[in-house]
Design a protein around this ligand. Structure first.
Ligand SMILES: C[S@@+](CC[C@H](N)C(=O)[O-])C[C@H]1O[C@@H](n2cnc3c(N)ncnc32)[C@H](O)[C@@H]1O
Length: 284
């Protein structure tokens, strides 16, 4: 395992991912009924953008730094931006929250969160970084756990509403196929959940094939995809953009996703080929 998210924290891909993640959480919170979130690839939970690793790449300068500096962000972005600002109250951008911290911040007493992280160091840091929420009593950090295995082991959960967030590093050549298999495993066990998958866009053709394979999974009737390219995909071996795939997206997320991506894409653009799309692949 070579991947460390600390090199990439707050980059354009995190902005897209976390903005849409926060919108999903806001919809889950609209009903009093409790919900459960399983974060299969949780990372460390909190990142120091001035630390050695994030400073080495400086990727956050092209990501969250641009978004915080922008004016007139749509209301749908406010939960995300408020969370980042709350960590940097002196106005200097230094701390950036990961998906576990963003979820923990939105959790109500009746809700639950389970976090899986396989890297031995990051899994310990994760535990420390969400400790401030431990009074809630409803956050479980699994000790150094394979998130794909957790899908098989923990689904279906006792709480009937919820979301599975799958955000792998895509270091392995077969990671897209592994994700398809994980979604099939999940759907067999818990067909009514919302599944949210982040994926890289290097070669758009690979993404098209991934979409088709997810659409073919038994029980997938509602499938929505959002893609952002931050530059023209001339070199198809580099990260040109990213996407989020939603099985059973909470009602309303799809229109807000379009509004948010229309705002974010020009700010994250690295050349004139930047573009976004949000579309139903199945259903609606
Ligand atoms: C893209 S990062 C996650 C970022 C995090 N979701 C966030 O938004 O803040 C991917 C993480 O998955 C971890 N990882 C890799 N393979 C895993 C697996 N099979 N199960 C659980 N975690 C894994 C890596 O160590 C890395 O921290």
């Amino acid at each position: 395992m070579n991947y460390r998210h600390s090199y990439h924290a707050g980059n354009f891909a995190d902005v897209v991912k976390h903005a849409l993640h926060c919108i999903c959480l806001a919809y889950l919170r609209q009903k009093d009924k409790p919900f459960w979130v399983l974060d299969t690839h949780a990372g460390m939970g909190m990142y120091d953008l001035l630390g050695e690793q994030a400073s080495k790449t400086g990727e956050w300068q092209q990501g969250i730094a641009k978004i915080l500096a922008a004016e007139q962000a749509p209301a749908a972005l406010q939960d995300y931006l408020a969370a980042v600002r709350s960590l940097n109250s002196d106005g200097q951008l230094r701390w950036y929250p990961g998906s576990p911290w963003l979820t923990a911040k939105q959790l109500r007493p009746q809700d639950q969160l389970t976090l899986c992280e396989l890297h031995p160091v990051d899994s310990q840091l994760l535990r420390d970084n969400v400790a401030e929420f431990s009074a809630l009593g409803s956050i479980k950090v699994m000790p150094q756990t394979n998130g794909y295995g957790a899908i098989k082991a923990l689904l279906p959960p006792p709480l009937k509403r919820g979301m599975v967030l799958i955000d792998p590093p895509f270091e392995q050549r077969d990671e897209f196929a592994t994700v398809v298999q994980a979604l099939a495993d999940g759907m067999r066990r818990w067909a009514t959940a919302t599944y949210v998958v982040w994926y890289p866009i290097k070669d758009p053709l690979v993404v098209g094939e991934f979409h088709q394979n997810v659409a073919a999974i038994n029980g997938v009737d509602k499938l929505f995809a959002t893609d952002v390219l931050v530059r023209t995909a001339l070199d198809r071996t580099t990260l040109n953009g990213c996407g989020m795939l939603f099985i059973n997206p909470p009602y309303g997320v799809t229109s807000q996703a379009a509004e948010v991506l229309a705002f974010l894409t020009p700010l994250l653009a690295q050349d004139r080929g930047a573009q976004w799309q949000a579309k139903w692949l199945k259903g609606e």
